[in-house]
Design a protein around this ligand. Structure first.
Ligand code: SAM
Length: 334
């Protein structure tokens, strides 16, 4: 942990693979054994603390955030001073042993609160991109790196994506990835993420209202000592995940989910804002269809709760599709 405080902002990596049908039908990457996963996490400098899965995917709560393993996709997000990008080579290696080949890589993150505490290769975005370029095989030939700005130096969105020659144009579907980063949490609400001697993660999920964000989700949570909270939600083939650093001075919370444009995203956003009442919030949506205008629904959902939109930036990336990055600040009535 950094001497200055805990770095809540996560680094997030999404890797896609392809292979023969029999490999995928028998579980694909879900067949990765425990020792292999431990080896990858050792390189990243974090550990497994809880796990739950269903017929579609496996989810793991980590000492620093979360890991999701689908048959042909891995999503791993880690915070603190972890070295997330060091997982790329081992994941590609273990997937290769199963006959799976990487087809796509996406890396996203916000702005570190304590950038000077980050170890190599996370010392700067430039260094991260050089490292990513070096780790990925040549067949991922379509690559783009960009920093999407906002009005605040504290919130910008770093995006890198790479894919092979078959997928430069995203496959259109109704799915999106929603990534919310919140700072300056309401202090009264943040106190709920501090443990008493007998507080359980399950109690935090209930008391804070997190359990109401998606009542259909099966939740696997962990309460850290003396404070901090992480959870993974599983709802069919969709995941959601929340991580909370409640300490004053560097409080941070994140919410992420995979959703469909037909879902009630307004309700999800409103519940998330009500659980944390952040001073500043960024909302990033990655989707393949521009016609959905899903990002406009974000403004309509959160402005009535006393958040004002301060910026909106839109860009396009190979395979990932459209990324819309918006920032909001509280109007002060929280
Ligand atoms: C829940 S973890 C996940 C971090 C997540 N990215 C975030 O900031 O929202 C971080 C919180 O747990 C606390 N914590 C306590 N023990 C920890 C440990 N062994 N490893 C990581 N975090 C720990 C940290 O101080 C911090 O408040």
């Amino acid at each position: 942990m950094a001497a200055s405080g805990f770095e809540g902002f996560e680094k997030r990596l999404e890797l896609h693979f392809s292979g023969d049908d029999p490999v995928i039908e028998t579980g694909g990457l879900r067949q990765l054994d425990f020792n292999s996963l431990e080896e990858v996490l050792h390189a990243v400098h974090c550990t497994l603390v809880a796990a739950v899965g269903n017929q579609f995917f496996d989810s793991y709560v980590l000492s620093e955030s979360s890991l999701f393993v689908y048959p042909t996709k891995i999503i791993i997000k880690t915070c603190g001073t972890t070295q997330l990008l060091k997982s790329i080579r081992p994941f590609i290696h273990f997937a290769g042993q199963m006959g799976l080949i990487i087809t796509e890589c996406r890396y996203t993150r916000g702005n570190y609160i304590f950038p000077k505490a980050q170890p190599y290769p996370h010392t700067s975005y430039k260094e991260e991109v050089i490292y990513l370029q070096d780790q990925l095989p040549n067949h991922l030939c379509y690559r783009k790196a960009s920093v999407m700005p906002s009005k605040f130096t504290s919130h910008s969105w770093h995006v890198f994506s790479a894919c092979d020659k078959f997928y430069p144009i995203p496959i259109l579907n109704d799915l999106y990835t929603l990534e919310i980063c919140m700072t300056d949490l309401d202090q009264v609400l943040a106190r709920k993420f501090f443990k008493n001697s007998d507080t359980t993660g399950k109690q935090m999920t209930e008391v804070t209202g997190i359990g109401e964000i998606n009542p259909n989700a099966m939740i696997c949570e962990f309460a850290f000592d003396p404070c901090g909270y992480s959870m993974n939600g599983i709802d069919g083939d969709r995941y959601s995940t929340i991580h909370v650093t409640p300490e004053d001075g560097f409080s941070y919370a994140s919410y992420e989910c995979m959703g469909s444009v037909y879902d009630d995203i307004d309700r999800i956003l409103q519940k998330v804002v009500q659980v944390f009442r952040p001073g500043t919030m960024s909302v990033s949506i990655t989707c393949t269809s521009s016609s959905s205008g899903i990002w406009n629904r974000v403004v309509k959902a959160v402005e009535p709760l006393g958040m004002k939109r301060r910026s909106c930036t839109i860009d396009e990336f190979p395979a990932a599709g459209i990324v819309a990055f918006q920032t909001f600040t509280s109007m002060g009535n929280r």
